[in-house]
Design a protein around this ligand. Structure first.
Ligand code: GDP
Length: 333
């Protein structure tokens, strides 16, 4: 493959690259896509909340208990639900909650605050002065790592950034081929090695190439691994050390790719991963196929990690930058 032949200068088919336009139109377009993505969660959560809220004049303990069971069945998880309920009870004690509308508004504010907290505590690193901003995608097999790497490349391209993909999932030949297809689609170059090659070595090559060609974003796909597989976790460690050697501060972002349809099980897996892989944020995939969107809130509360992006389908532009305000409005608007 010809390297750096200017693919980054020419966007691919206009129909597949997210459209830019007046800021407001783009914003409302993203909002309606988020709304569509959480449609199944909204249907199940809102309908049940409506039932609680519709009958509510002044919010009492019984109302709060009904709300508690609704939140629990919507995959917010025990700990997160308890935190929300504590805040609402506290508020009800200080000042009565006057009816369903007020309860809904307080619930929205509470969920939004939970989603925003990790964004403040994990503010995204600034782009380095020299060399690319390095993002490594990690997670277990089948969560959507390779797909998200490809979509992320297209997303950054649409922001006017130059991008290089690195196929560091050297475990499966299919993963390298799959990423190559995404690279073609999104019009970016890719650095790869043979199957079975050293992922840290291919990362080193990709970083050197990105640096030499003044690429803005380096996106690294890695092999699916379980946190329990020591060998694979060591390999990830080696990649991180390699990255830091070449560009101080790298990797700048380690995104844990998590499948929303796995709900609370995925959350447990993510909890272990966060500690061993040093994740700095989450890409929550397959939000389009689940009524378990409440998991976003549990991630923020229990892992203290910001959801950076959500996957809402299998196409190239089916990746949305996550906004707590939009998410809450889409869900309970
Ligand atoms: P990896 O093993 O983690 O690299 O996972 P892949 O990227 O190969 O994705 C596994 C499957 O999930 C593929 O069939 C993807 O098309 C699908 N997938 C990934 N992200 C999304 C998403 O956001 N929504 C939907 N509906 N499918 C997705």
């Amino acid at each position: 493959m010809k390297l750096f032949g200017g693919r980054n200068d020419t966007p691919d088919s206009p129909s597949t690259v997210p459209k830019t336009g007046p800021a407001e139109a783009v914003k409302s377009g993203l909002f309606s896509r988020m709304k569509q993505a959480v449609a199944r969660t909204r249907e199940s959560l809102s309908a049940r909340i409506e039932t609680v809220v519709a009958l509510t004049r002044t919010v009492d303990e019984q109302t709060l208990e009904s709300l508690e069971s609704v939140l629990l069945t919507s995959d917010l998880g025990v700990q997160t639900t308890a935190a929300i309920l504590t805040a609402l009870r506290d508020r009800a004690r200080r000042q009565a909650i006057e009816g369903g509308d007020e309860l809904r508004a307080l619930l929205k504010a509470q969920i939004r605050a939970i989603l925003e907290a990790p964004i403040f505590s994990h503010s995204k690193k600034l782009p380095p002065t020299e060399g690319p901003f390095v993002t490594i995608l990690v997670g277990v097999n089948g969560t959507g790592k390779t797909t998200s790497a490809g979509k992320l490349a297209a997303w950054y391209r649409a922001q006017g950034r130059t991008v290089l993909l690195c196929a560091a999932d050297t475990f499966r030949a299919a993963a390298i081929e799959q990423l190559e297809i995404w690279a073609e689609r999104s019009g970016v170059e890719m650095i790869k090695t043979r199957q079975g090659g050293d992922p840290a070595a291919v990362l080193y090559d990709a970083m050197a190439a990105a640096k030499a060609h003044k690429i803005d974003e380096l996106i690294v796909d890695t092999a699916g691994r379980l946190h329990t597989k020591t060998g694979l976790m060591d390999e990830l460690d080696k990649m991180r050390r390699t990255a830091a050697k070449l560009i101080p501060g790298a990797p700048h972002e380690v995104l844990l790719v998590m499948d929303a349809t796995t709900g609370q099980n995925g959350l447990n897996q993510a909890r272990q991963f966060t500690q061993s892989a040093g994740a700095t944020g989450i890409v929550l995939t397959k939000l389009d196929g689940t009524a378990k969107g409440g998991i976003c809130v549990a991630i923020a509360q229990e892992l203290n990690l910001p959801v950076r992006f959500v996957g809402v389908g299998e196409q190239m532009n089916d990746l949305l930058e996550f906004s707590p305000a939009e998410f809450v409005d889409s869900l309970l608007g």
